[in-house]
Design a protein around this ligand. Structure first.
Ligand code: NDP
Length: 282
């Protein structure tokens, strides 16, 4: 039978996806004669699109909005990371069936190692957000040995739900709602890592955390990569904190997908340069 080759990203909308630029550059650097396609797939067409990609002997596909959760029941097998995250962003086709995996969380952990030579083992973390990205990051931080995870979200019921999910999996997880600047200061004084996993900052919104509450020793990560800096990252830098944006997470989630499909080491730096070039063109 024809060997499997090529990959694609499915989503709706998908025109904005930066994945083709990153993956295509990586294939060139690895000497892989593959193409990476961008295909608009509405949620209702996902099952058919997956069957077609499998029949066309693709190696795998990435999934983006709004397909990551919709894919769960369509997989023959889920990896523990996908099951914990409740989402699939990387599908691999093979003789053993269709496997769903999630690379977002591990991509985030790798981005911290890249930026800071730092692992979250034993870390006390405050996580802003309770959406899909927050869930992946929360479980990856727990798997990497974070000792405390405090979840905060505009809709506090969703923060409580995520905290309960963490605890049900035997991981540390609590929800909090700091009432004022003093409460923020107390909370962050005993925190090693603050992560923004909300979309606040995509459109120039002010920092969700009062600047004066950010201690110098705090590390601050924002999952947003476009714009490359948010108000949170700017105030954190002004306070002397170590900061990182979401670029590394995006690069590494892609690199981890490619490593599953190719079995080789993905050239993350090549993918990062391709991503920056593509962003500069938009
Ligand atoms: P979701 O829509 O699943 O979640 C959005 C989150 O942001 C929710 O917690 C939501 O709170 C919160 N939020 C939205 N608007 C506001 C607001 N005005 N005030 C306060 N909170 C708000 O999105 P994702 O989890 O997929 O993505 C979240 C962020 O992470 C995005 O900015 C996205 O760009 C980024 N991301 C980055 C990735 C990377 O590779 N670097 C990968 C994936 C995401 P509520 O529950 O109350 O609605």
């Amino acid at each position: 039978m024809m060997p499997r080759a090529h990959a694609a990203v499915f989503g709706d909308p998908v025109a904005h996806s930066l994945s083709p630029a990153m993956h295509q550059a990586a294939y060139r650097a690895m000497g892989l004669p593959w193409r990476y396609l961008k295909i608009r797939v509405p949620r209702g067409d996902l099952a058919a699109a997956l069957r077609m990609a499998d029949a066309a002997r693709l190696r795998g596909v990435n999934l983006t909005i709004p397909l990551k959760e919709a894919a769960l029941p369509l997989m023959d097998r889920l990896t523990p990371a996908a099951r914990r995250a409740g989402a699939v962003n990387t599908v691999t086709f093979g003789d053993g069936g269709v496997e769903g995996h999630s690379t977002d969380g591990e991509g985030f952990i790798r981005s911290l190692a890249d930026a800071w030579r730092w692992q979250p083992r034993g870390a006390r973390v405050v996580l802003l957000g309770a959406g899909g990205a927050a869930r992946s990051v929360a479980f990856a931080l727990a798997a990497a040995g974070a000792r405390r995870l405090v979840i905060m979200n505009r809709t506090s019921a969703r923060a409580q739900e995520l905290a309960a999910r963490l605890r049900a999996a035997g991981e540390p997880g609590t929800a909090a709602t700091p009432a004022d600047a003093a409460a923020w200061r107390t909370l962050l004084a005993g925190t090693d890592l603050l992560v923004n996993a909300t979309s606040l900052g995509l459109h120039g919104e002010p920092s969700p955390v009062p600047a004066a509450a950010l201690p110098r020793a705090l590390r601050v990560a924002d999952l947003i990569y476009n714009p490359p800096s948010t108000a949170l990252l700017r105030v954190a830098r002004a306070r002397g904190c170590r900061i990182v944006n979401g670029e590394g997470m995006l690069v590494h989630q892609g690199a981890l997908s490619l490593e599953r499909w190719s079995g080789g080491r993905a050239p993350a730096e090549v993918m990062r340069r391709a991503l920056r070039l593509e962003l500069s063109r938009r």
